[in-house]
Write a protein that binds this ligand. Structure first.
Ligand code: FMN
Length: 292
């Protein structure tokens, strides 16, 4: 189904909804969402992943109570669950593809929330008939929003300052880290960068950085201390969650650039640059297609 909302409008409208109506998602919306998921385009790295919409039941609610990290989800009547292969840039692609589903759901008027904590992976794996070994890096709760104004202004969103984002000069650079890229200098790319900036990230840590060099836009992950994948996280099968954030950022940038008619390709083209610290690592570059 073609939606009237643009990508940019959906990105602006999206927020993490943690309170839903108890009633199930309306049939037409559910069918549209399922059709969208069935034809979901691959992420820029081409990793194998599959996604499904599942309806919540009592035990899902219990699984959510055991999340143990942060967040309190009330009344979600559905979840989007996905599995991914265990190689390459699988997590970036998972973040990209799941976020595409979220933006589509937002355009349908549905509420969503990424859940990347210690949820019961095995019970979600059973729901989608995946093996216990399947990698489920994160799930997304979904449902009809009970009250948009209230949900946007919930306690948790206020506590984690969910509406705040880092300033441009902390995120976007020209040729070297520490040299800010202004909105004016970004030209046609000011809007895709702004769409990246207002995107969601785990604990609102906003670990993405972008550096422009001519027609290349280099994407970096500046990890948050303590978020690094340690052996405990690996044991608990908790994914390297900030790589999901990176995929979401790539998704917002990519889709809004294309919507504006800007074209380019995702390639590995790490420049030789001095990185700001040992927590910063290169991810990927968008090379503008200038048509010459
Ligand atoms: C990968 C990822 C994992 C997240 N995990 C959780 C979670 O476990 N519980 C929760 O309540 N929110 C979770 N969030 C939502 C973030 O807290 C939220 O995106 C951020 O605070 C910005 O707020 P906003 O989405 O309302 O704009 C997650 C977000 C991302 C991108």
């Amino acid at each position: 189904m073609l939606l009237e909302k643009t990508i940019v409008e959906s990105i602006r409208q999206r927020f993490s909804c943690r309170k839903y109506l108890e009633e199930p998602i309306a049939l037409e919306k559910r069918q549209n969402l399922e059709a969208f998921i069935a034809n979901l385009p691959k992420g820029p790295f081409g990793a194998q992943a599959s996604f499904a919409l599942v309806a919540a039941n009592e035990s899902d609610h219990n699984a959510l109570k055991d999340l143990g990290t942060y967040g309190f989800i009330q009344g979600a009547t559905g979840f989007i669950v996905g599995t991914t292969s265990d190689d390459g840039k699988n997590l970036e692609d998972y973040g990209y593809q799941m976020e595409q589903i979220i933006l589509y759901a937002t355009a349908l008027g549905l509420g969503t929330c990424w859940l990347g904590g210690t949820f019961s992976r095995s019970s979600f794996a059973r729901k989608i008939n995946a093996s216990d070994q399947a990698q489920i890096p994160a799930v997304v709760s979904i449902g009809e929003i009970s009250n948009v104004a209230q949900a946007r202004n919930g306690l948790l969103r206020r506590q984690i300052k969910a509406d705040q984002r880092l300033a441009w000069e902390q995120l976007f650079f020209e040729r070297a880290f520490g040299v800010p890229l202004s909105q004016e200098a970004a030209g046609a790319y000011a809007l895709p960068l702004e769409m990246l900036r207002i995107g969601p990230s785990a604990s609102n840590k906003q670990p993405w950085r972008v550096l422009r060099e001519g027609t290349a836009w280099h994407f970096y992950l500046q990890r948050t201390k303590g978020y690094r994948v340690g052996s405990l996280n690996r044991f608990l099968q908790i994914a390297d969650i900030q790589r999901l954030d990176m995929g979401i950022a790539i998704c917002h940038f990519d889709l809004s650039a294309r919507e504006l008619g800007l074209s380019g390709n995702w390639v590995m083209a790490e420049p030789r640059l001095k990185l700001p610290d040992e927590l910063t690592e290169y991810s990927v570059s968008w090379i503008e297609n200038t048509g010459v």
